[in-house]
Ligand binder design. Structure first.
Ligand code: ADP
Length: 185
């Protein structure tokens, strides 16, 4: 299965992606995690994206698309994957479509985790992961960027007929139960 796990910052994409990975045995690919690792390891990519991520802005589309394309070429992703944090703009979604067509692959589901904005802010500010972009000011920027640049991706996939809305409120287990039910259908 090829799954996109979509949602605003703080919606719980990373948490749920890991649970899906475990239960359904599908590997997860998180662009945010890849960037954070690159920064930690001080790679050329890390140096390029550090200040952008620290501001809560988006890494340029071509950088992200190149990274995803290269990663998905690995044999472990041959039979499916869960994407967390990608695509995050309409141009990224279009580039991803081209990539899928080239490889004659199809997407199974676009799962949209839906959480009210005040709850997102509360969740991010209460998590203690030590992320440099988890401060009130940067979360505000990230939510603005989400509304302006990322939320149009929803309509893009609604038109494709694979969009599934998931209520992202409640406990981690409750949310995962809803996701499992959709994937097991
Ligand atoms: P969150 O969803 O909580 O914002 P992520 O780990 O998905 O966390 O992303 C963190 C940061 O990484 C983003 O604010 C952005 O700077 C960068 N990033 C991750 N994925 C992408 C992407 N697909 N396009 C552009 N920037 C990205």
């Amino acid at each position: 299965m090829r799954i996109i796990l979509f949602g605003p910052p703080g919606a719980g994409k990373g948490t749920q992606a890991k649970l899906i990975q475990k239960k359904f045995n599908i590997p997860q690919l998180s662009t945010g995690e890849m960037f954070r690792n690159a920064i930690k390891n001080q790679t050329p990519l890390g140096k390029k994206v550090k200040s952008i991520m620290d501001e809560g802005k988006l890494v340029p589309d071509d950088t992200v698309v190149d990274l995803v394309e290269e990663a998905l070429d690995k044999p472990e992703f041959e039979n499916g994957y869960i994407l967390d944090g990608f695509p995050r703009t309409v141009p990224q979604a279009e580039a991803f479509d081209t990539l899928l067509k080239q490889h004659k692959k199809k997407l199974h589901s676009f799962l949209s985790l839906e959480v009210p904005e005040d709850e997102l802010m509360r969740r991010i500010l209460s998590r203690k992961e030590g992320r440099s972009d988890d401060t009130p000011e940067k979360v505000k920027t990230r939510l603005e960027v989400y509304n302006d640049e990322t939320s149009p991706v929803l309509n893009y996939y609604k038109q494709k007929g694979i969009y599934k809305s998931i209520d992202g409120t409640g406990t981690i287990e409750e949310i995962f139960g809803r996701i499992s039910a959709v994937l097991e259908k």
